[in-house]
Design a protein around this ligand. Structure first.
Ligand code: BTN
Length: 325
């Protein structure tokens, strides 16, 4: 953890204040160095009061993501979030991770962007990523698995995202196969999994996650309003992006641990419990092909098992699923 992250953690643990001497002792640096870090944090928008009786006190936080702050809030995780980087703007955070992957960076690194100029969604769609309105981030993973098993990671990301939203808001999101998070039938978050693999072994996986957090209804186009929403629109409350981001990373770390330990069935059970797709009649569009049937369950790799109109089982690993009324 960096010095700034340690200072922020100490300030949060001591809401009534902590003295410069205590901080200096705890961090093993001089009081002058503490003062200069506090000044730096203030310049980033942290409101830190100083007084002779209480020392330093954190009274306000900026609505911006800072790597040190996210690390301090997150604390220790096994893999996901050991390294966090925040950019003001990127093309797509998946592109930044792709480059880090090629440079040999360890798995678990997370890249957030306050805005993306070329955010992308599944099936070549555009992903709108306005400045500071959502969480636009990607994670590098290097799992020991076969390419066809990586759907497990998408399924796990959806369960983790759902739990984090439940813990940070009063909302009850649902999952639509494979990776959409919906509230009241409208999409609030999505996951784009990109893969680099040899025939039977994954080199790395990029999990790209987009959550519409604080967008207002006026910021969604008329077309988008019919199918998408934000956590703020649904809860009528502004959400702390930093708190939600750390809750998501914590839950993802937990689910990645379950997958790596071979416990996908526990993740799949949780996914099925909250999934609106299972048990419904659906139409799956894969390129030009349309398949109709009843979504029955997930298989061991996370693929959707569809009982078609003709009575046989189709294994679906991609495409667009539309729920029938
Ligand atoms: C989808 O539902 O179609 C997936 C959307 C994924 C969007 C995120 S935002 C962060 C990351 N960078 C991107 O360009 N896409 C993903």
């Amino acid at each position: 953890m960096t010095t700034d992250a340690k200072i922020l953690s100490a300030l949060r643990e001591n809401a009534d204040g902590v003295s410069g001497a205590q901080l200096a002792e705890q961090l093993k640096i001089s009081r002058a160095a503490i003062w200069s870090r506090i000044e730096e944090l203030r310049s980033l928008g942290y409101e830190i009061q100083a007084g002779p009786h209480f020392g330093y006190r954190l009274v306000g936080e900026p609505d911006a993501l800072h790597a040190d702050d996210l690390l301090a809030r997150l604390g220790k995780t096994k893999i996901i979030g050991r390294d966090i980087r925040v950019f003001e703007q990127t093309t797509s955070t998946n592109d930044v991770i792709e480059k880090l992957a090629r440079d040999g960076v360890k798995e678990g690194v997370v890249v957030f962007a306050e805005s993306q100029t070329k955010g992308r969604g599944r099936l070549g769609r555009k992903w709108i990523s306005p400045n500071r309105k959502g969480l636009w981030f990607s994670i590098l993973l290097r799992p020991d698995m076969r390419p066809q098993e990586t759907t497990q990671l998408t399924v796990a990301s959806a369960t983790a995202l759902r739990r984090a939203i439940v813990s940070e808001t009063k909302l009850q999101p649902e999952i639509k196969w494979p990776n959409d998070i919906l509230i009241g039938g409208k999409k609030v978050a999505g996951i784009l999994t990109e893969l680099s693999a040899e025939l039977d072994k994954v080199r790395h996986v990029i999990l790209g996650i987009g959550v519409d957090v604080n967008l207002d209804a006026a910021e969604l186009s008329a077309d988008l309003k019919k199918i998408a929403t934000s956590l703020k629109i649904e809860s009528s409350e502004k959400i702390s992006r930093a708190e939600l981001a750390t809750a998501i990373l914590r839950e993802l770390d937990f689910d990645y641990g379950r997958i790596c330990a071979g416990k996908f069935s526990a993740v799949a059970d949780e996914w099925e419990e909250h999934c609106t797709t299972i048990g419904r009649n659906v139409t799956v569009q894969i390129g030009d092909r349309k398949i109709r049937g009843r979504a029955e369950s997930l298989d061991d790799d996370g693929a959707l098992l569809l009982r078609t109109e003709h009575g046989h089982i189709e294994r679906i690993i991609g495409g667009d699923v539309a729920l029938e009324k």
